[in-house]
Design a protein around this ligand. Structure first.
Ligand SMILES: C[S@@+](CC[C@H](N)C(=O)[O-])C[C@H]1O[C@@H](n2cnc3c(N)ncnc32)[C@H](O)[C@@H]1O
Length: 385
């Protein structure tokens, strides 16, 4: 473990960028670095903004820098150039401050180069971007995929919005959760059908499971394929003093539950996450186009298994925090075709917009995460399966 960097938010930010470059997840690396940094609250917030912002805007920053750098540089220098470019182009930091403070945290041998390149970046602003994917700093495939699925204008607005995410608000019980996720947890319990026994098939880390346990369910069986995620649900339920959460480590597709034993099922499925790219700053560089199709197949299998767990008259809620048609509309279409016993319930109204038999929430509609939701009621007297 390297020595904790201290004293300067930019030095801490550089250490954070190095850890992510070496494979760490930003949202796991930063709390640990900050805890050992000796920075006060304000400087911790600045270090976090520097790291998250630089990671989000990495492609745009690389384009700004690359034009003045005719050669490869060592990784720590590349990180510092991105960090400086981010402050210049996206934080509105005064050029002399952004340049001199960034120069002061790089190794002495690289200072003349970093100084010269960042000065030229500052002189070249505002930038004449070559294309939208560079300006908005997303991989080409993400921009192309969402433009094809949502229409260009709506896709670009969603991508813009995810570059300036707002912090998730705290619930009355203190758990921090985006409003879109709260709405999904409320929808999963809404309506006349009984809601005594609820299965949350993909529950980790427990945001929706804990919301449902304190929101009217008599019992929530919180399951997840990964034991580490089940442990997170356990910690969260214990911290919130919730007694009615039962924990299960299980793959939802190989259901260990008695058929027909739940009144409600929530399948908050693993997805490509293209509706939450702001909140997870490095995820846009990790997700790949091939993921979309394989996740859509998994989502469908999980919903089908979930229908089998429902009592007749029960309601299944399917949700994903993404915006691709493969993982939303096309999952719905396949279910409509293969499961006539599952009847769609009225989707939520604005700010949600209808999509198939469900509804889509675009991030720009209310400044929330992007989300899709579909509710299916299992006809009385018919078992799912
Ligand atoms: C979108 S997250 C769930 C978020 C959670 N519902 C919340 O509100 O905090 C999806 C979860 O599905 C889990 N998962 C992935 N494949 C699964 C499977 N085959 N069966 C059950 N859970 C699975 C992942 O481990 C992950 O924790």
């Amino acid at each position: 473990v390297s020595r904790p960097p201290s004293g300067d938010p930019r030095r801490v930010a550089l250490a954070g960028l190095r850890r992510v470059r070496q494979g760490a997840f930003a949202n796991l690396a930063m709390p640990d670095l900050l805890a050992r940094s000796g920075l006060d609250r304000r400087d911790r917030a600045l270090a976090t903004e520097l790291v998250y912002g630089t990671l989000r805007m990495q492609r745009a920053c690389d384009w700004l820098v690359g034009r003045h750098l005719g050669r490869q540089v060592e990784p720590v220098v590349a990180d510092a150039l991105r960090l400086g470019a981010y402050q210049l182009a996206f934080m509105g930091t005064a050029p002399h401050a952004a340049v001199s403070q960034t120069v002061s945290v790089v190794p002495a041998r690289a200072r003349p180069l970093v100084n010269a390149v960042l000065r030229r970046v500052a002189e070249g602003l505002p930038a004449a971007w070559p294309d939208e994917a560079t300006r908005l700093s997303y991989p080409d495939w993400v921009v192309e995929h969402l433009c094809a699925d949502l229409g260009r204008e709506r896709a670009l607005a969603a991508l813009e919005q995810m570059n300036r995410p707002t912090p998730a608000p705290a619930r009355p019980d203190g758990y921090v959760q985006d409003r879109a996720s709260r709405w999904v947890a409320e929808l999963a319990l809404a309506g006349e059908a009984p809601r005594r026994r609820v299965l949350d098939m993909c529950a980790g880390p427990g945001g929706k499971a804990t919301a449902m346990a304190s929101g009217g369910a008599s019992e929530v069986v919180a399951a997840d394929r990964r034991l580490a995620r089940v442990r997170l649900v356990e910690e969260n339920a214990r911290r919130l003093g919730l007694q009615r959460v039962r924990l299960v480590a299980a793959d939802g597709r190989a259901s260990p539950y008695r058929p027909g034993s739940f009144d409600r099922v929530l399948v908050d499925a693993p997805c490509s996450g293209l509706g939450v790219l702001g909140r997870r700053p490095d995820s846009r560089w990790r997700v790949c186009p091939e993921d979309v199709g394989s996740l859509a197949a998994l989502q469908r299998q999980l919903v089908e298994a979930g229908l089998g767990c429902l009592h007749p008259g029960g309601v299944l809620t399917y949700s994903v925090c993404t915006l691709t048609l493969d993982e939303t509309l096309r999952v719905d279409e396949a279910l409509a075709e293969d499961h006539p016993e599952a009847v769609a319930l009225e989707p939520p109204g604005p700010p949600w917009e209808p999509l198939g038999r469900g509804a889509l929430l675009l991030p720009q509609a209310r400044g929330t995460d992007g989300m899709y939701v579909l509710r299916l009621a299992l006809g009385e007297g018919r078992a799912g399966g």
